[in-house]
Ligand binder design. Structure first.
Ligand code: NAI
Ligand code: MG
Length: 482
C-alpha cells in the first residue's frame, strides 16, 4: 500500500511516542479526483491536552538530558530516513495535496535537507561573554522555550515541518504539531520516521484535526511556550491574540503579494522561467508566490508576449500525471480563486493555460491565467489569491517601480531583474520585504536563507541559522567573583 509504508494505523495521533486512536475521524480525499484515500483522526481538546502534557514530560526527561550533538544526530538520522523514502513521500504528498510529482519530490528533498541542516546546526548555537564590571563575569545561554506549538498549512507540508519542527527540535524544544486537515499524511509519516530514528517519546507529538478545534485548542493552551504558524492573515490574527493572552512569543508567516521588478536591461532569457515558475509553482498556492510582475515600459511588450506564449503552453492535470500544474487543494480553494477571476472582467486576460481534457472528474482544476495592464490598486494586484493567477503591471521609472512594489499590505519576497549594480543595491534597501532576490527568485529552495515577512506577511524568521534564535530564548548570567 504505497500510501502507508510506515504502517501507521488510520485515524491515530502521535502522543508521547505512541499512536493513539482518535475519537472521531475526518475523510482524506484526493484533490485530483475527489476519491477517498483514508481517514485521519479529528483531534479534540483532550487530545491536545495529552500532547502538550507528553511534550512537557519530554522536556523534563530523556529529551532534556540529551546533549546538543546527540539531538543533532537524531535529526540527521531522521533526514537520512526521509532521504531513503523520497519517492514514497512524494507519491503520498501528490495524492494528498494534488501537487505534481516533481514538485512533491522537491518538497521531500527539502525536508531531508532541513533535517541535515538543523542536525548539523544543533551543536553550533552559542551564547557570548560580555565585558562587564570589575570582579564579574557575564555571559549568555541559549535555551529552548520549552513546549512549542506548530500549526502548519497544506501547501508545503514537508517543507514547513522541516523549517519549523526541525529548528525547534534542534534547540531542544518539545513540539506539538497540528498539520492542516487537508494535508496530514506526510506529517504522520514524518512522525513515524522520527520514532524510527530514535527521537525520544514526546519530543514530537502530532495531533490531526480541524483548525477551529485542535488548532484553536493548541494555540490557546496555557502550557505552550511558543507558537509558530503559517497560513492566512485572518487565522494569524487569531493565533497572535491567543498568544497575547498567554504572553508567549509567536512566529507568523502569512503569505504575500510578492513582486518581481523587471528593468529594460534585464537578461530576459534568464528571467522568464523564474517569472513564470514563481507564479504557477504548486498552482500558485505558495506563500512566496510572485503574483505581481512589474515591467519597465520599454521592455513591457516583449515581456507580455513571452510570458503569454509560455502560459499558453502550460498544462494542468492530475498530480500523478506530473503536468505543469495540478489541481488546487480543495473545492473551497477553487471557489476562492474563481471569485477573484470573476472580479477580473475589466482586465485584459493576456493568456490562459489549458486543462488536460483527460483530467478526472471531481478534481479541483483551474487553468492558469495571466493578466496584463493591471492597475496597481486593482483587487487582483492587491490581494493574495493563492491560485495560478499573475498580473503584469507597467512602470516608467525606478521610483515608480518601488512605489508600486511597496504598495500592498504585504512584504514577504521581492525580486529585482537588472544588470545595473547600483540599482540592485539601492532597490535591495528600498523594497519592503523579508527577502530580496537579485536576478533570481527563490533559487535553490533557500533552506539556508532566513525567511519571513514584514507588514501583514507576518513577523519572526524561519529557515537558516537565524530560525534557531527564534526557537530559543536568551538567558543572561552575571557572576560576581571578586
Ligand atoms: P488557514 O490559515 O485557516 O489554515 C492554516 C492552518 O491553520 C491549518 O492547519 C488550519 O487547520 C489552522 N487553523 C485554521 N483556523 C484555526 C484557528 N482558529 N486556530 C488555530 N488554527 C487554525 O488557511 P486556509 O483556510 O487553509 O486557507 C485560506 C487562505 O489562507 C488561502 O486562500 C491563502 O490565501 C491563505 N494561506 C496562506 C498560506 C501561506 O503559506 N502563507 C498557506 C495556506 C493558506
Ligand atoms: Mg489532502
Amino acid at each position: 500500500m504505497p500510501l502507508n509504508p510506515f504502517n501507521i494505523p488510520a485515524a491515530h495521533h502521535l502522543i508521547g511516542g505512541k499512536w493513539t486512536a482518535g475519537r472521531d475521524t475526518l475523510e482524506v480525499r484526493n484533490p485530483s479526483d475527489d476519491t477517498l484515500l483514508t481517514t485521519i483522526a479529528r483531534g479534540t481538546n483532550d487530545d491536545i491536552n495529552a500532547a502538550v502534557s507528553a511534550a512537557e514530560d519530554a522536556r523534563q526527561g530523556e529529551w532534556a538530558r540529551m546533549t546538543a550533538v546527540e539531538r543533532g544526530r537524531v535529526l540527521s538520522r531522521i533526514g537520512q530516513l526521509v532521504q531513503e523514502h523520497i519517492e514514497t513521500l512524494a507519491l503520498i504528498e501528490a495524492m494528498d495535496v494534488g501537487k505534481p510529482l516533481t514538485q512533491a519530490r522537491a518538497d521531500a528533498v527539502a525536508l531531508a535537507r532541513y533535517m541535515e541542516f538543523y542536525g548539523g546546526a544543533a551543536d553550533k548555537v552559542m551564547g557570548h561573554t560580555i565585558p562587564y564590571l570589575d570582579g564579574y563575569t557575564a555571559y549568555t545561554l541559549r535555551e529552548p522555550h520549552g513546549v512549542t506549538g506548530h500549526i502548519i498549512p497544506w501547501n508545503y507540508p514537508m517543507q514547513i515541518i522541516g523549517r519549523s519542527v526541525g529548528a525547534a527540535l534542534a534547540m531542544g524544544n518539545a513540539c506539538v504539531l497540528k498539520p492542516a486537515e487537508d494535508a496530514c499524511l506526510t506529517a504522520l509519516a514524518f512522525g513515524a520516521m522520527a520514532l524510527e530514528a530514535g527521537l525520544p517519546d514526546g519530543a514530537l507529538n502530532i495531533i490531526t484535526g480541524l483548525g477551529s478545534q485542535a488548532g484553536a485548542a493548541l494555540a490557546e493552551h496555557p502550557d505552550i511556550h511558543h507558537i509558530s504558524f503559517t497560513g492566512s492573515v485572518a487565522t494569524g490574527q487569531i493565533i497572535q491574540a491567543a498568544a497575547a493572552k498567554n504572553v508567549i512569543p509567536v512566529t507568523l508567516e502569512l503569505g504575500g503579494k510578492s513582486p518581481q521588478l523587471v528593468f529594460d536591461d534585464a537578461d530576459l532569457d534568464r528571467a522568464l522561467p523564474f517569472l513564470i515558475n514563481a507564479g504557477i509553482q504548486n498552482a500558485g498556492q505558495t506563500c512566496s508566490a510572485s503574483s505581481r510582475i512589474l515591467v519597465q515600459r520599454s521592455a513591457y511588450a516583449e515581456v507580455v508576449e513571452r510570458m503569454s506564449l509560455a502560459y499558453e503552453n502550460l498544462r494542468v492535470g492530475p498530480a500523478t500525471a506530473d503536468a505543469s500544474l495540478g489541481p488546487l487543494i480543495s473545492a473551497k480553494q477553487k471557489n476562492v480563486v474563481e471569485n477573484y477571476l470573476a472580479q477580473a472582467t475589466d482586465l485584459t486576460c493576456a493568456a490562459i493555460g489549458k486543462i488536460d481534457p483527460n483530467t478526472p472528474q471531481g478534481g479541483h482544476y483551474v487553468a492558469p491565467a495571466l493578466f496584463a495592464d493591471v492597475p496597481s490598486d486593482h483587487p487582483l494586484a492587491q490581494q493574495e489569491i493563492f491560485g495560478p493567477v499573475q498580473v503584469i503591471i507597467p512602470f516608467e521609472t525606478e521610483e515608480e517601480a518601488v512605489e508600486i512594489a511597496n504598495g500592498t499590505d504585504f512584504g514577504l519576497v521581492a525580486a529585482i531583474w537588472t544588470a545595473d549594480g547600483a540599482r540592485q543595491m539601492r532597490l535591495a534597501k528600498h523594497l519592503r520585504a523579508g527577502q530580496v532576490f537579485i536576478n533570481n527568485y527563490g533559487a535553490g529552495g533557500g533552506v539556508e536563507l532566513p525567511f519571513g515577512g514584514v507588514g501583514k506577511s507576518g513577523h519572526g524568521r524561519e529557515k537558516g541559522f537565524d530560525a534557531l534564535y527564534g526557537f530559543s530564548t536568551l538567558k543572561t548570567v552575571a557572576a560576581w567573583h571578586g
